[in-house]
Ligand binder design. Structure first.
Ligand SMILES: Cc1cc2nc3c(=O)[nH]c(=O)nc-3n(C[C@H](O)[C@H](O)[C@H](O)COP(=O)(O)O)c2cc1C
Length: 278
């Protein structure tokens, strides 16, 4: 079904975006604006003949300094897939996702190339890890985009890093290669609603950074989001610690989420697996 770009953006941002007519019908823009994460899939397998093409398209993303620091593990083996899914038991939809990929930052390859060419690798600092992470994120986004064009839905899964060591053991990730996120994909079981984003006034700045209106903008965003995507009472986080709230919204939910440490050991994991992170 064709979707209207201006209507999609209004749904997303809660305010009209002045879409020039020459852009309004460009499929690429409509597809970007229509993005959704899918977490429920039909039983139909993703044709095995598709994987290589989709991954080749995804890996056509730009790469920092052309260093090409991404590796993707396609988890095909049934037992291994079950073992990866078991690392994130809260995602009850993951075991039945037809396709599972793990996108990794890969700093090992360039280090091996330095050794092969007998040149020093003089960049073992935070930036090396950061660049590989950005490359992996771009490839992931490209994968989401091309998979969607093929009729698939996707959901990235950073929760696979909750047990980074166990995941690395399962997939035999060597030092220098680290998981950025998993990706589940399959044919969507049902249409998913668009998830509203913060207003452009908070995320786009002209000439200088300005968040002086943050409080009012976040309050308004909470209201808008509550109207279309309310959080059920039983899904309020950490009520034992913070109590239940009548007007529980996105900002309260996210503040509660980050009030507990999550993956605080990932830096240590990276340091133990080939990164200095200075
Ligand atoms: C890097 C990354 C990691 C993510 N990890 C998870 C995850 O572990 N579990 C999950 O259910 N969704 C995950 N998501 C999906 C986000 O929750 C989702 O993008 C967000 O709620 C906005 O919804 P939308 O993608 O439908 O617009 C992840 C997204 C990104 C970009």
């Amino acid at each position: 079904m064709a979707e209207n770009l201006a209507a999609l953006l209004e749904q997303r941002f809660g305010a009209s975006v002045d879409v020039p007519p020459e852009l309004a019908r460009l499929d690429e823009l409509v597809h970007a604006a229509a993005h959704r994460s899918d977490r429920a899939f039909t039983d139909d397998p993703v044709p095995s003949t598709w994987t290589e093409t989709l991954l080749a398209c995804a890996l056509s993303a730009p790469a920092k300094s052309d260093l090409q620091q991404v590796s993707i593990v396609h988890v095909e083996d049934t037992a291994k897939r079950a073992a990866v899914a078991a690392l994130v038991p809260t995602l009850d939809w993951l075991p039945s996702a037809p396709l599972l990929l793990i996108f990794c930052g890969d700093s090992r390859r360039i280090r091996r190339i330095c050794a092969l060419r007998e040149r020093p690798f003089a960049n073992d600092h935070l930036d090396a890890m950061f660049n590989a992470s950005v490359d992996a994120a771009l490839v992931m986004m490209n994968f989401i985009r091309v998979a969607r064009a093929a009729g698939l839905g996707c959901c990235p899964i950073s929760m696979v890093r909750d047990q980074a060591t166990a995941l690395a053991d399962l997939l035999e990730l060597p030092d220098g290669v680290f998981p950025v996120a998993g990706m589940a994909a399959g044919f969507p079981a049902a249409p998913v609603a668009i998830s509203p984003r913060l207003p452009l006034s908070l995320t786009v700045h002209t000439d200088r950074y300005d968040d002086s209106h943050l409080e009012a903008a976040v309050d308004a965003y909470d209201e808008r989001r509550r109207a279309v995507q309310p959080i059920a009472d039983e899904q309020q986080r950490d009520t034992q610690r913070f109590g239940a709230q009548e007007k529980y919204g996105w900002s309260e939910d996210k503040a509660r989420q980050v009030s507990r440490p999550q993956r605080a050991d990932f830096g240590r994991y990276l340091r133990e697996h080939g990164f200095r992170l200075d």
